[in-house]
Design a protein around this ligand. Structure first.
Ligand SMILES: [Zn+2]
Ligand SMILES: [Zn+2]
Length: 214
């Protein structure tokens, strides 16, 4: 099992990275991306400190992916910041998409979908078909999320991903221990979004390296 979108005390999460990773290990995860909220103020710090827990994560059987979630970054700056994150060693770059729950700048989805240094567009709200086609073209995965509020548009995201051939990922966007998903909870997020059985297995058996190192 993987989760490509989680938060720790390095931004607004409640757990230190190792508490998150230990809990994920116990739930059966083998791949966990720590993707704290990032902007121009903390991008470098996040990517400098996170590798400090890589060895500990390995000992618990978890492959740590060091990442960031570019959050409320003006669309015009997203591409440059995503590229900078990759140059600083980020394994995964998530962009905080145009959820209905927050005043995310219009154009965030479109820019993220056009950017090869972006791996996952999180909670993309009522993403348009055109934007999803760009995501498919650039290999950017769209996210189904369990997070309350952000998850309102999961059904829409699933439909549009099916129509346009986008890769789907299922993430927790966890900020606290109770946000973490066991296998059953993860499957219900996917099925609740309307994924058929084969679509579920595709989303869960995703080749993470193919997504991240495309
Ligand atoms: Zn947050
Ligand atoms: Zn998040």
């Amino acid at each position: 099992m993987y989760d490509l979108h989680t938060h720790t005390t390095l931004s607004d999460g409640e757990m230190l990275p190792m508490e998150l990773i230990r809990r994920m290990a116990v739930l059966g995860y083998d791949t966990v991306a720590v993707t704290d909220h990032a902007d121009g103020s903390n991008l470098e710090t996040l990517l400098a400190v996170l590798p400090g827990v890589r060895e500990s994560a390995n000992i618990y059987g978890v492959r740590l992916l060091c990442g960031v979630e570019l959050t409320h970054v003006p669309p015009i700056l997203i591409q440059g910041m995503a590229q900078k994150a990759k140059n600083l060693g980020a394994d995964v770059v998530v962009v905080h998409g145009e959820t209905l729950m927050e005043p995310v700048a219009p154009g965030t989805n479109r820019t993220a979908c056009s950017c090869t240094d972006v791996d996952v567009l999180a909670h993309p709200g009522l993403i348009t078909r055109d934007d999803a086609m760009l995501a498919a073209e650039h290999g950017v995965a769209l996210e189904l999320t369990s997070r309350g509020g952000h998850n309102r548009t999961n059904g829409h995201v699933a439909n549009i991903a099916r129509d346009t051939g986008c890769t789907l990922v299922v993430d927790s966007d966890a900020h606290a221990p109770h946000d973490l998903l066991d296998k059953r909870a993860k499957i219900s997020v996917a099925m609740g979004a309307g994924l058929k059985k084969d679509e579920c297995s595709r989303a869960f058996s995703l080749n993470i390296d193919e997504l991240l190192f495309r």
